[in-house]
Design a protein around this ligand. Sequence first.
Ligand SMILES: *[C@@H]1O[C@H](CO)[C@@H](O)[C@H](O)[C@H]1NC(C)=O
Ligand SMILES: *[C@@H]1O[C@H](CO)[C@@H](O)[C@H](O)[C@H]1NC(C)=O
Length: 94
Amino acid sequence: LAETNQPSFIESYEGQEVNIACNHTNIVANEYIFWYPQFPNQGPQFIIQGYKTNTTNEVASLFIPADRKSSMLSMPYASLRDTAVYYCIVSAAQ
Ligand SMILES: *[C@@H]1O[C@H](CO)[C@@H](O)[C@H](O)[C@H]1NC(C)=O
Ligand SMILES: *[C@@H]1O[C@H](CO)[C@@H](O)[C@H](O)[C@H]1NC(C)=O
């Protein structure tokens, strides 16, 4: 994780869709966008990554606009155990 952006959003919620936005206006062409929740007393855990296109996996979706200067993590089935600090990171490492 070479480059870290101003990250974190602390979110707590109850069983509904949650969207968390992040700005990474200084992103450059070879960098990917990664999201890592960090749960209490645990290390950061990778959840999803993207480059230019919207991406969905079993736990989350990542929406990336054409300019790549921001991204939005969306978790449709969030629950209380998803309460964490969410880090959005841009890095050339994949
Ligand atoms: C991202 O930047 C936009 C435009 O400057 C601002 O309105 C928005 O609040 C910022 N979002 C975050 C999560 O910092
Ligand atoms: C990504 O998702 C957003 C929000 O749903 C949508 O507006 C946008 O068109 C999508 N981008 C692509 C390339 O499909």
